[in-house]
Design a protein around this ligand. Structure first.
Ligand code: HEC
Length: 444
């Protein structure tokens, strides 16, 4: 997938900010959709099987409806699934450009697997609709009967394949994105096989499974009772069947969620942690409890209004999962992004210089005269310490000196803090090279 790295352009700091925003939007479409689709496939295949074995008409109807809620038409899967998945791959390719992480290749395979899953899911959806129509014919002749059993056959096969491909796509999605949040593994992980052993990935996979069961069961209840005033053609028997099937699954999968939220935080690398990560964990758990409150309410005494409340508050759970995912990504890729932005500044300056729009780029010596000499000398202390006193510790660590000059920290209690001189990365680079060179020459 090297071509993706080739087309990725260096990004300025502002562009990286925009990229993170775009990523939030993509996730907000993709996560609810993929998890609903996954959960709906699981529930639909399961109730279809149970219905065929026991001849339960309610089960068969449930199986049909649960999938048509999320796929009312075939194009939806392209719009809400395939397109955002591809956009996600491009966004990660931009963010991780010129890093050693194999995330982008993994995600690209994920997108391909997802496209296959989407094709099977559409076929599942259309054969489901057709068998529904064929079932409603009251006196079928032989020809219709044969066609009907062929349809059932297609339906089962495509449903199964859809679920298999979707499982792999989800696994690749989770493996690729969680590797992106673990820069310390970028160099060591060179194939997806290594990630099969990653506890972090598996915790997230289970968390996803729980989410998908919750959203599909709460969605089913919502679309049956609340959306557009609820379905008109439900008899009591079917209504009870929906409640009895969907509500317990919804409640149990919800209540297990907090365990995995905590586990996934414990397994995050320190570099990925931030206040926002903890805050969103708090809100995830908070809205999980609000949602379960409504679901439990529906189990005790069903009210149509609760169906909407539960479904909407579950979206807030998903929202905070997205915030958590993207904020841990942005804090753990901060260093890499700074490098990319630095690279961007250089490329930008070179480009301008090439076009003859000379950027007034000062040499280290000029910067020293303009911005440092007021407070520093090499051999004696002024407002700030003498360079010969402070530079030795940076002798083998240019990067550290560069980062101090770009962003001065409080160092020595004997001095006031050094004000930030507002240098560009390239300028900080040349000034730190310059003072280090002068210092070393003075040593000789
Ligand atoms: C307004 C005065 C002022 C200016 C201008 C200034 N500095 Fe400083 N600098 C200080 C002070 C004060 C300290 C001591 C800070 C401390 O110990 O917390 C310091 C400390 C340093 C240190 C030592 C850090 C350490 O590890 O202890 C370096 C290196 C340095 N400055 C480089 C620069 C460079 C390069 C420039 C020009 C781009 C510059 N300074 C401009 C006041 C200044």
């Amino acid at each position: 997938m090297d071509f993706l790295k080739q087309i990725a352009l260096p990004q300025s700091e502002a562009q990286i900010g925009v990229l993170h925003f775009v990523l939030n939007v993509i996730y907000l479409i993709l996560l609810p959709f993929i998890s609903y689709l996954f959960g709906a496939l699981v529930l639909s295949l399961y109730t279809n099987r149970r219905g065929r074995i026991s001849g339960g008409q309610y089960d068969l109807r449930f199986s049909e409806e649960v999938i048509t809620h999320i796929l009312p038409t075939k194009n939806i899967v392209v719009l809400f699934g395939v397109v955002p998945f591809m956009a996600l791959v491009f966004a990660y390719a931009q963010l991780l450009q010129s890093s050693a992480a194999i995330s982008v290749s993994i995600l690209t395979w994920g997108a391909i697997l997802f496209a296959a899953a989407a094709a099977f899911a559409s076929s599942y959806q259309s054969s489901t609709k057709l068998s529904g129509v064929l079932n409603s014919i009251s006196k079928p002749n032989d020809e219709i009967e044969t066609y009907r059993s062929a349809m059932i056959e297609t339906r089962q096969t495509s449903g199964k394949y859809a679920l298999i491909f979707l499982s792999f796509a989800v696994y690749f999605l989770i493996a690729g994105t969680s590797l992106a949040s673990q820069p310390d593994q970028w160099l060591t992980v060179s194939s997806i096989v290594q990630l099969f052993l990653s506890l972090e990935v598996w915790v997230k996979v289970v968390q996803f499974l729980l989410l998908s069961l919750t959203i599909a069961s709460l969605g089913t209840v919502y679309f049956t009772y609340s959306w557009q005033g609820g379905k008109k053609n439900i008899d009591n028997g079917y209504s009870n069947h929906v409640k009895k099937t969907a509500l317990p699954i919804g409640l149990l999968s919800l209540l297990a969620q907090p365990v995995f939220v905590v586990l996934s935080i414990v397994l995050l690398p320190v570099s990925a942690l931030s206040g926002l990560v903890f805050l969103s964990a708090f809100f995830i758990i908070f809205f999980v409890f609000i949602t379960s409150h409504f679901v439990y309410g529906m189990i005790k005494e069903f009210k149509n209004g609760y169906a909407g409340n539960a479904f909407y508050s579950f979206f807030l759970v998903l929202l905070f999962i997205v915030v958590q995912t993207t904020s841990s990504l942005s804090s753990s890729t901060q260093k890499h992004s700074a490098l990319v932005a630095y690279h961007y500044d250089k490329v930008h300056e070179e480009l301008l210089a090439m076009m003859g729009i000379g950027v007034v780029s000062m040499t280290g010596e000029e910067i020293f005269g303009a911005k440092c000499s007021a407070c520093h000398e090499f051999g004696a202390k002024k407002v700030g310490p003498a360079y010969k006193e402070v530079l030795p510790k940076y002798e083998n660590d240019r990067a550290k000196l560069l980062s101090f000059v770009l962003n001065p920290q409080k160092m020595d209690p004997a001095f006031p803090p050094m004000p930030n001189q507002g240098l560009k990365p390239a300028e900080a680079d040349s000034i730190s090279a310059y003072i280090m060179l002068m210092y070393k020459q003075a040593q000789k």
